[in-house]
Design a protein around this ligand. Structure first.
Ligand code: F6R
Length: 360
């Protein structure tokens, strides 16, 4: 079932345009240019005062992404690791909405957090890929990402679909809560609808393989980003370590100088994600690493100032700042894939890992 591909992971990376088109199908109203999301009754979220996302691993990175977009829409929100939730959950009441983000819908840590939230009286929603999963059955409401089955242990297309669905859901929550549609939606929707096309163009033109070759054998791989680029940096590093078995870390760009810079040498490439949010600062952080000899790979549109500064460039099409990170993530998925392939790793089934983690 891998068809023309050597691995499910590559097949699933390539399925992202289709997966996203499926996720968006019928959920944006082309006439009004508004989010329809008829998955939920009108006014479902009108009493919501704060939102908590719970998730693990890659889904946690999607949750961080979703939480940031929700904050930008003016809604109080936080993303929490599901396995820390029982000790770290902020206060919950019936005006709290808890959103469990879980591809499989079967992750024990996430289910525990969901149950804890329900016990405390929160309204619960799950954003999941699997209809009939435990999370979908137990949550008050479910939003399906419709990415199709994901076989590779490393989550790829489901991350992209989760993040996009969370940004739609966030807009819907804000609309229910404030009784009006957030004003920045007009600029976001056209770019959302062209996401599949933008990803297609990345897949056709990527130089990820040559970047992977160029930096093969490095000591560590660092990923930095700011704002919506931060969860993407975390996700880039998780994917990289998961399938290459090489050391990789993701940092908030501004944190580099607060410790990790001590690790930076000519042998530690730094992948810098530019999303259009305070890019000048991120560029300065990247240059701080470059001064210590580290090669910098900029992930940004062509013509961006970072291209002149960086040692290498992975191009993404111009898009809304809300979505640029998700395009950058596709380039990083490809870098991880090619790096793992060069090392001849069992890409679809990395050692010690399972597709769905049903123990605490
Ligand atoms: C990483 C990966 C894991 C999962 C995590 C949560 O590529 O796949 O980090 O994201 O185990 O799984 P779900 O989303 O099924 O709850």
């Amino acid at each position: 079932a891998k068809g023309e591909y050597d691995h499910f992971m590559m097949k699933e990376i390539n399925e992202q345009p289709t997966a996203l088109a499926q996720a968006l199908e019928g959920r944006i109203d082309p006439d009004s240019g508004r989010i329809a999301l008829s998955d939920f009754e009108p006014g479902t979220f009108e009493d919501v005062e704060s939102v908590q996302f719970v998730a693990c691993g890659t889904s946690y990175h999607a949750a961080l992404y979703g939480s940031l977009t929700l904050k930008q829409a003016g809604v109080q929100s936080a993303a929490l690791l599901a396995n820390e939730y029982s000790v770290s959950a902020p206060p919950i009441d019936e005006n709290t909405l808890v959103i469990a983000v879980t591809q499989s819908g079967e992750t024990a840590d996430t289910l525990n957090a969901l149950r804890h939230a329900a016990d405390q009286g929160a309204m619960t929603v799950t954003v999941t890929n699997v209809v009939g999963s435990t999370a979908a059955r137990e949550a008050d409401e479910a939003l399906f990402i419709r990415a199709g089955p994901e076989i590779g242990v490393a989550a790829t297309k489901t991350f992209s679909s989760q993040a996009v669905m969370l940004s739609l859901l966030g807009q819907r929550i804000a609309a229910d809560q404030f009784g009006e549609v957030p004003s920045d939606l007009d600029s976001l929707l056209p770019d959302l609808e062209s996401m599949p096309e933008s990803i297609e163009s990345i897949l056709e033109t990527t130089s990820a393989r040559s970047i992977a070759e160029r930096y093969e054998g490095s000591q560590s791989y660092f990923f930095i980003g700011r704002g919506l680029g931060f969860p993407v940096a975390l996700e880039g590093a998780l994917k990289f370590k998961e399938i290459t078995y090489e050391h990789a870390e993701g940092f908030a760009s501004g944190e580099l100088k607060h410790g990790p810079l001590a690790l930076v040498t000519p042998d530690t490439p730094v992948f810098a994600v530019f999303t259009g949010e305070e890019d000048e600062k991120t560029l300065k952080n990247a240059e701080e690493a470059q001064t210590r000899g580290a090669p910098v790979v900029a992930i940004c549109p062509d013509g961006h100032r970072a291209v002149d500064v960086a040692d290498a460039h992975l191009e993404i099409p111009e898009t809304d700042a809300d979505l640029a990170g998700l395009l950058a993530n596709v380039q990083l998925q490809l870098v991880s894939y090619y790096a793992a392939d060069l090392l001849d790793r069992p890409i679809d089934k990395p050692r010690n890992l399972a597709k769905s983690v049903t123990v605490e």
